[in-house]
Design a protein around this ligand. Structure first.
Ligand SMILES: *Cc1c(COP(=O)(O)O)cnc(C)c1O
Length: 244
């Protein structure tokens, strides 16, 4: 095993500091308040011990997981770490919805009316007064990806409007991967336009809507285009995969 692929606490801290500095610079470049951009550190595949390290050595508090099952164990192990917030950033299977309601602070991947209905019903059953979610939008019409198409958004927002516990706070997208960041930028712009349109209609409870977009290789461009939540894994934790 390659020890360099396994960051210890100091590596992790240095990487997190670097990402936070880049976030700040990207925001300032376009005249935005850096405090309006939150770093969601994507901890999928990494063990709870590393998340603890990220919280304790780098002060990170927001973590993203893409699988409910995997998150469940980590969240339980880290219950003693104060003020952690957990984000579900992966597709939510209907049969995992109840666990997701119990575990997560923000679900980024709500993309169908039936899922909204199910979450609302589960919130009632579980006694959860308020569940914050984002609507995931599939801007490229990629059949393999989850996300509501633009054409499906009106029906989705109609249902959010009728839900009392499930609250839509904004939009999320996972654009197609391009090595060249400038090719991703139009997707970030489009998501922002959609956010502005729906915000103007009061879709986010009369508040400004969140924009969850940008990953390790393109979060700076996403911030320039208005991201309020960037989901960064590799740049904080190092490469996922073989080494662990
Ligand atoms: C894994 C993942 C990320 C983070 O990816 P990195 O390239 O490691 O930063 C962001 N968003 C989603 C939806 C993911 O699944």
């Amino acid at each position: 095993m390659d020890s360099e692929a396994r960051p210890d606490g100091s590596d992790l801290r240095a990487r997190a500091v670097e990402v936070m500095a880049r976030i700040e610079r990207a925001a300032r470049r376009v005249g935005r308040d850096p405090a309006a951009v939150k770093l969601v550190a994507v901890s999928k595949t990494h063990p709870a011990a590393l998340v603890r390290e990220a919280a304790e050595s780098a002060g990170l508090r927001e973590f993203g997981e893409n699988r409910v099952q995997e998150a469940e164990g980590k969240i339980a192990e880290l219950r003693d770490v104060p003020e952690l917030r957990w984000h579900l950033i992966g597709h939510l299977q209907p049969n995992k919805a109840r666990k997701a309601v119990r575990l997560f602070d923000l679900i980024h991947t709500v993309d169908s009316a039936s899922l909204v209905e199910r979450l609302e019903r589960i919130c009632v059953e579980e006694g959860r007064e308020r569940l914050e979610v984002l609507a995931q939008v599939d801007l490229a019409g990629e059949a393999t990806k989850s996300g509501a198409t633009e054409a499906e958004l009106p029906a989705l927002f109609e249902l959010f409007g009728r839900s009392s516990r499930v609250r839509c706070k904004g939009l999320m997208t996972l654009p197609p991967f391009f090595e060249e960041v400038e090719r991703v930028r139009p997707f970030f712009r489009r998501l922002r336009e959609l956010r502005d349109e729906w915000e103007a209609r009061g879709a986010f409870g009369g508040e400004a809507g969140e924009l969850s977009m940008g990953m390790s290789h393109d979060y700076e461009a996403a911030i320039e285009e208005g991201a309020t939540l960037v989901r960064v894994g590799t740049a904080v934790f190092g490469e996922r995969g073989a080494a662990r």
